[in-house]
Design a protein around this ligand. Structure first.
Ligand code: ADP
Ligand code: MG
Length: 398
């Protein structure tokens, strides 16, 4: 078992910038990753989610340049990518493979910002962006929204575009959907833009209305443990698209705009109208929406100790109805519960990534050890286990 404690990486972004340009950046921006407490695969069904931003952040150091070009570099790849801003329209969406995949995130945000605001490439300054992150990639903590949020904040301010946080979240999603080509919802970007310390964001993915829900983990003596299975997932391929298609099919069969428009009371009728697989996909989404609403109410009325059963029910629904868990994540949840967690579930899109467990402070070490032992006993590679703290959203850093 290894521990991944948050490292301050703003200095890494600054150093990378200076190595690239020989100059100091004009500004530093950052945006966090997120953990989704509950509400999985509900976002693209117009439903409810309850994510919170975490301390791990992606940092962007930005400098301007007079030649109308954009150059990006990241600690994940030593080779910078450079292109005239005016040529972003040639790259996206059709010729994205002309640049390495990671570069489609920052370049895609620049492209989406210009398109959204109608600003001409010639009317904004060229930029250099150096990116460093403490958000683990592909662990279900949304390193993608973190890089999108940090770049969107940096360019919005540098280019004086005046977009608010919700608009910047939309820009991030546009970049991810159309420039990167990953068909994801808007939850991650909203969490990264709107996060607050010690609180979650209750988001209605249809209206984009948000409400801050106090979590009070620390006051209740609880910690949120992430058990990263290390199993890679990919949103752009396979199972994710199939699940989306099943949800759309279910909505068509039930003659509703989105599965959000169904309630638990509609499920018996759904069972009669659709095949078993489609029904179980629908049942996951419908019950998961209700669990999000129940979790918000429970947090407000009874506090975080009372949400354990909802987390467990969410995991069972993803495992049995939506079928997006993997043996590593089931093992993580079972090990955490056996070691005394209040509740646990896989989090993120599924097919790998991480599980979360809500754990009393004095049981955190027991849960960490139990996860490592259970993974070893099953012959899985060691998980990475660490705690996350609900934290603030994207910002301009000093
Ligand atoms: P997740 O969001 O769960 O971490 P995704 O597959 O959605 O996983 O996004 C991960 C991808 O985002 C990476 O493969 C990479 O292309 C890009 N990315 C994330 N963080 C960075 C970074 N710091 N530098 C460059 N690219 C990044
Ligand atoms: Mg992502």
């Amino acid at each position: 078992m290894t521990d991944a404690t948050p490292q301050p990486v703003s200095s890494a972004a600054r150093t990378l910038f200076t190595e690239l340009t020989g100059a100091e950046p004009v500004g530093l921006w950052s945006a966090p990753g997120r953990v989704n407490l509950i509400g999985e695969h509900t976002d693209y069904n117009d439903g409810f989610v309850l994510p919170f931003a975490i301390e791990q952040r992606t940092h962007v150091a930005l400098g301007t340049r007079p030649d109308g070009r954009i150059r990006v570099i990241s600690t994940v790849d030593p080779v910078p990518v450079e292109i005239p801003l005016a040529d972003l329209d040639l790259l996206f969406p059709d010729d994205r493979t002309d640049v390495p995949e990671w570069a489609t995130y920052p370049l895609g945000v620049a492209w989406a910002l210009l398109r959204t605001t109608g600003a001409r490439a010639a009317s904004v300054t060229g930029v250099d962006l150096a990116i460093a992150s403490s958000v683990p990639i592909g662990a279900g903590l949304s390193s993608s929204a973190a890089i999108e949020g940090a770049v969107a904040m940096a360019l919005n301010e540098t280019w004086n575009l005046g977009l608010d946080r919700v608009a910047l979240a939309r820009v991030g999603r546009t970049a991810e959907n159309e420039a990167v080509g990953a068909p994801t919802g808007i939850m991650d970007q909203m969490a990264s833009m709107l996060g607050r310390a010690d609180a979650a964001i209750f988001l209605d993915c249809r209206s984009l209305d948000t409400d801050i829900v106090d979590l009070g983990f620390a006051a209740a003596g609880l910690e949120l443990v992430v058990i990263d299975s290390g199993v890679a997932h990919s949103h752009a391929t396979g199972g994710y698209a199939e699940r989306r298609a099943a949800c759309e099919r279910g909505a068509v069969i039930m003659a509703v705009t989105a599965l959000r428009d169904l309630s638990v009371a509609d499920l018996p009728r759904a069972a009669e109208l659709m095949d078993d697989v489609t029904f179980r996909r629908v049942r996951h989404v419908v019950t998961e929406n209700q669990r999000v609403l129940d979790t918000v109410q429970t947090l407000r009325e009874r506090g975080p100790h009372a949400i354990g059963d909802l987390l467990l029910a969410s995991h069972a629904s993803m495992r049995d109805d939506f079928e997006i868990s993997v043996p590593e994540l089931d093992t993580a949840v079972e090990a955490a519960m056996a070691a005394g967690a209040v509740g646990a579930r896989m989090t993120g899109g599924g097919f790998g990534g991480a599980a979360i467990a809500l754990v009393a402070h004095d049981k955190v070490k027991t849960v960490k050890d139990a996860a490592a032992t259970a993974f070893a006993a099953s012959g899985f590679a060691p998980p990475t286990v660490f705690t996350v703290v609900p934290s603030s959203g994207a910002r301009n850093d000093p």
